[in-house]
Design a protein around this ligand. Structure first.
Ligand code: AMP
Ligand code: TRP
Length: 335
């Protein structure tokens, strides 16, 4: 049986990279498979968070997911910290994962930066919690953007390590699902940097909360070059900003990048950018509008998260009981 799990951090604004790299695929997958989508507040506190901001962001991210089309009648939507099995299994996985495995994680190196000694232990162990998120439900498929590939490999190693430890094929080896045309959306200011929530410049990203005027302004100001659009994608290899905009256009309009070039080759950005504004606004305005409606009805969002947490708990509880038995823990968990 196929079961989908994915997560998203409640830190900062959701942006077009989250939408095209992850959320859009989650919406499609929920119609085919058992799916759980999780707002990972435990992951968020690997860096310091203001409690009031974290709470508001958790609700905002949940509202965005509902607005993007996650249907709580099908998928389970919840926030991670409500289901204590995530933390419990993460500890167990801290005892399965080797320091050497975690030392290879490039995201930790990027996030810790030069001040490694001062990074939280939680930031270092971030991928073991992510493995716990997935495996607490024995999820088999994990739709994520390209940047999570390495974490998924680690989750597979942990699943295999646990299975070897207990001498049973207990966990499935979860498979990454890196889907769609835009698995790595780049910054609008720098075609070599990933579009990210943490970029200091808001002009680097299109937020799901941006109105049409803001989207238009950001695309107008997006870094490009003075050349015309070529006929093939290969010719864009050395033009990362131009390439990124073509990929974004294709992903939004659900056309291949080649088809986009067939339409715009020989034309400059004076023609292409307004067309991109049009597709971006057409696709994102309904999400933004729905998001505002959900945020006006916070109690509805809270009720969805509450129901989701209960359904998630009901799935993981018996799985955790088996894990405890495999490890020889006495008595049942009170969580
Ligand atoms: P995060 O915002 O780091 O919690 O990421 C949530 C999901 O969005 C993950 O599946 C990421 O891989 C995906 N994602 C984040 N940034 C991008 C991006 N620039 N392009 C594509 N996918 C992204
Ligand atoms: N680490 C992921 C990110 O930053 C978020 C995440 C947490 C996740 N737990 C997960 C993604 C489990 C997939 C499955 O994007």
């Amino acid at each position: 049986m196929k079961r989908i799990f994915s997560g998203i951090q409640p830190t900062g604004n959701l942006h077009l990279g989250n939408y095209l790299g992850a959320i859009k695929n989650w919406v499609a997958l929920q119609h085919q498979f058992d799916s759980l989508y999780c707002v990972v507040d435990l992951h968020a506190i690997t860096a310091p968070q203001d409690p009031a901001v974290l709470r508001a962001s958790t609700i905002e991210v949940a509202a965005s997911l509902l607005a993007a089309g996650i249907d709580p009648g099908r998928a389970i939507l919840f926030n991670q910290s409500r289901v204590p099995q995530h933390s419990e299994l993460a500890w167990i996985f801290n005892c399965v994962a080797r320091l050497g495995w975690l030392n290879r994680m490039t995201q930790f190196k990027e996030k810790a930066g030069k001040n490694r000694e001062n990074a939280s232990v939680g930031l270092f162990a971030y991928p073991t919690l992510m493995a716990a998120d997935i495996l607490a439900y024995k999820a088999t498929h994990v739709p994520v953007g390209d940047d999570q590939k390495q974490h998924l490999e680690l989750a597979r190693d942990i699943a295999g390590g646990f299975n070897a430890l207990v001498g049973a094929e207990f966990f499935p080896l979860p498979e990454p699902q890196i889907l769609g045309a835009a698995t790595r959306v780049m910054s609008l200011r720098d075609g070599t940097a990933k579009m990210s929530k943490s970029d200091a410049s808001d002009y680097a990203r299109i937020n799901l909360s941006d109105d049409a005027d803001t989207i238009a302004q950001k695309i107008r100001k997006a870094k490009t070059d003075a050349e015309l659009l070529p006929a093939t994608m290969e010719e864009l290899d050395s033009r990362p900003e131009a390439r990124n905009l073509v990929v974004i256009y294709g992903a939004l309009a659900e056309k291949s990048a080649e088809a986009v070039l067939a339409e715009f080759s020989g034309k400059g950005f004076g023609v292409f950018k307004p067309a991109l504004v049009e597709v971006a606004v057409e696709h994102l305005a309904p999400v933004t509008r729905a998001m505002r409606d959900y945020l006006d009805d916070e109690s509805h969002v809270l009720a969805v998260l509450d129901d989701g947490a209960r359904r998630a708990h009901a799935i993981t509880k018996p799985i955790m009981a088996e894990i405890r038995e495999h490890l020889g823990f006495l008595g049942d968990s009170l969580g």
